[in-house]
Design a protein. Structure first.
Length: 201
């Protein structure tokens, strides 16, 4: 019985998720009503309120579920050297996004909820701090970057998100593997420049 309920809830969420993505390409999130959402999703008002208390509850739940799942898959990539781990994690990230491109384009676009990008940044900062703390234990050079993690983290996360937006809105012209390699090259060059700058202070 529980599996049937979970299946129905998952199906309802997917209908609403697709409907939200479609509407975000037409109007700002603040202009979308529950009625528009359920009409586009082709579900009843009763079904919506069976699972969510209001539109904000649905959006917040969707944001948390999506980003928690996304970062769980990224963090599952382990036991590789640093450079290869970075490339592989970015491939996982970009493939995850590409599979649901319309949704991510809508959520990251100018009509999307700002909470989505804010929550992404929060999780990315946590991920970044954990990663560079472990690197600093292996290589003292990274300790300098860890001491200035606020600057490097802000730059790294902002650059990644803007690149993903560009990639999505441009129609995904590059494969996840190709873009991941480009990002790795940029990251490697940036790290070297930062380390040289900090060492010469």
């Amino acid at each position: 019985m529980d599996s049937k309920i979970d299946s129905r809830k998952r199906r309802t969420r997917n209908y609403l998720r697709s409907a939200l993505a479609k509407l975000l390409h037409e109007k700002d999130i603040a202009m979308i009503s529950v009625n528009e959402l359920i009409t586009t999703a082709q579900i009843s008002r009763g079904t919506f309120y069976l699972h969510y208390s209001d539109l904000n509850d649905f959006i917040n739940t969707l944001i948390n579920e999506t980003l928690t799942d996304m970062f769980h898959k990224i963090n599952a990539v382990t036991k590789l050297d640093d450079d290869q781990t970075f490339v592989t994690r970015n491939i996982v990230l970009l493939e995850y996004i590409a599979k649901d491109a319309e949704f991510f384009a809508g959520m990251l676009g100018e009509n999307g909820p700002k909470e989505f990008q804010n929550r992404w940044r929060e999780l990315a900062v946590e991920h970044f701090q954990q990663k560079y703390h472990s690197l600093a234990l292996k290589d003292p050079r990274y300790m300098l970057m860890l001491l200035h993690k606020d600057i490097f983290g802000a730059y790294n996360i902002a650059a990644q998100m803007e690149t993903i937006k560009f990639w999505l809105l441009g129609g995904i012209q590059y494969s996840p593997a190709f873009l991941a390699k480009i990002l790795a090259e940029i990251r490697s060059s940036t790290i070297q420049v930062i380390l040289n700058t900090l060492n010469n202070k």
